[in-house]
Design a protein around this ligand. Sequence first.
Ligand SMILES: C[S@@+](CC[C@H](N)C(=O)[O-])C[C@H]1O[C@@H](n2cnc3c(N)ncnc32)[C@H](O)[C@@H]1O
Length: 205
Amino acid sequence: MELESVKRIYDGYSSVYDALFKRFFYPRIRHAIQSMDIRPGERVLDVGVGTGLSLSFFPRHATIVGIDLSGEMLRKAKEKVEEMGLYNVRLLEMNAMNLNFEDNSFDEVFLSHVVSVVPDPYMVMAECRRVCKNGGKIVVVNHFKSRNKMIAGFEKIMNPVSKKIGWRSDLSMDEFVERASLRVEKVCKLKKIDFWHIIFTTNVK
Ligand SMILES: C[S@@+](CC[C@H](N)C(=O)[O-])C[C@H]1O[C@@H](n2cnc3c(N)ncnc32)[C@H](O)[C@@H]1O
């Protein structure tokens, strides 16, 4: 997907995003962040923060930087920051494939429902690995292609449609982990049958 069309699609989603997706995404985002064990004073980057569904789950003792390509999604996130008085959160309009941060400037990086949305997930992961400290955590919540051949075939057929509505459905988790050079500590699902995985990794440089 082209960067401009991704931005246009998510600008368009911004006013209905929470109504459409919150009930599906919220429990998984909460579980992933609560499992990260974020320590006082740490700096966490939320890549593709969207409307900020994650923001209330981060501990107030850490500094959270949320970036997103879509100004309209960020506008919704800013409303949440103001309503909830989240003084530890900073929001910036930025492309995840070209992060405007120094090397090693974050302790943890969080990406939820983003790697299937960006034009090049490997460029994004290379940037996340660069800005995350050595030994830091990178946590990815995402839908990946099913290992069941029949479902994977259906996902492949659906991919052109799904790209039109904002994400690809054919990303393989094994290929993603290998090509992004991720050292996986744990992979889990919230329920036995779930469309989304949570991948906990340690950044090894
Ligand atoms: C499906 S939403 C997920 C939002 C949020 N993380 C969540 O879990 O609810 C995908 C988000 O990624 C953002 N995005 C897509 N491509 C991006 C890029 N290249 N750089 C930064 N953000 C991007 C979109 O604007 C959108 O807000």
